[in-house]
Design a protein around this ligand. Sequence first.
Ligand SMILES: NC(=O)c1ccc[n+]([C@@H]2O[C@H](COP(=O)([O-])OP(=O)(O)OC[C@H]3O[C@@H](n4cnc5c(N)ncnc54)[C@H](O)[C@@H]3O)[C@@H](O)[C@H]2O)c1
Length: 331
Amino acid sequence: MRLALIGAGRIGKVHAATIAGHPDITLAGVSDFHLPSAQALAELHGSKALSAESIFDDDSIDAILIASSTPTHADYLERAARAGKAVLCEKPIALDLPRTREALTVLASHPVVCALGFNRRHDPQFAALKQGIVDGRIGQLETLAITSRDPSPPPAEYVAASGGLFRDMTIHDFDMARWLLDEPIHFVHAEGSCLVDPAIGEAGDIDTAVITLTTASGRLCQITNSRRAVYGYDQRIEAFGSLGMLQAQNETDTRVRFTGEAGQVEEKPQLFFLERYARAYQHELDNFYTSWRDGTAPMAGADDGLQALRLAEAAERSLREGRRISMSDID
Ligand SMILES: NC(=O)c1ccc[n+]([C@@H]2O[C@H](COP(=O)([O-])OP(=O)(O)OC[C@H]3O[C@@H](n4cnc5c(N)ncnc54)[C@H](O)[C@@H]3O)[C@@H](O)[C@H]2O)c1
């Protein structure tokens, strides 16, 4: 696969390194609005900087990875589909449902392999938890608890353009909930506060949230979010069922534990997503590659992006209106 990367920022750098490390993928070029960033990243991996136009026009390029800023995703996704190129697009497709649906309509009329960057599905811990549920190890799944806390809050200017906590951060947890519950979610009830950084409140957002999801059969899922955890990136999931419980814990750099007179100390969780999900990004890319090679559906696709965004919309409405929202009221 000859794969071009659009976006040479934080996550673009991770993807470039992952592409460079994949035995069957060549980094065909890097494009970024900010040319020096594209040049530096391309050079680092023995590739070249390209304009977005030349990527879409180049028949030798099979696929595109979109890792540029969020407002660019829907346009690039549509252009990739029209050019007949497979596409791995970072989440979200867009921050609103109408624009997301438009992109899905273009994909429907120009079918290409389209994977969405819900990287947590590819995390070995969460994948093993999912397999445990599928294998029936905990019998009937009854409740799911998803804990997702960032180590520290982003700058207020990031918050202002992010679409809000539910669309920016909880979107990953909504996708995990959908994937693990594996049945339609009927109700969403969200509570949220600004407890971490007043600047986030001034930007019109929240930094702390608890969201309850209820499925068609009455299964319950609780998502807990915070923009700050002093001990690192807190990413845990607990699935409880009729025959037991599965827990996916945080990852640490090493498993070394210190024991002394005062007690025992283990390492803190890994710092943030770049560390915690390094393997997930590799598996995500490989899943995209095999989908393209074999014509199979990727683990997460454009419709998963739409459905997670619908849950984010419901959560926002729930918070605003102070009541639980039926998903049948979200278009
Ligand atoms: N799945 C994940 O774990 C994950 C993690 C971080 C970010 N993301 C997503 O990835 C995207 C990028 O996030 P980031 O943190 O890397 O942001 P960033 O600001 O570090 O990088 C974005 C890059 O896009 C470039 N850019 C802006 N407009 C462009 C355009 N029109 N054409 C080409 N390049 C353009 C910018 O110059 C910048 O280099 C966001 O949509 C974000 O939601 C996903």
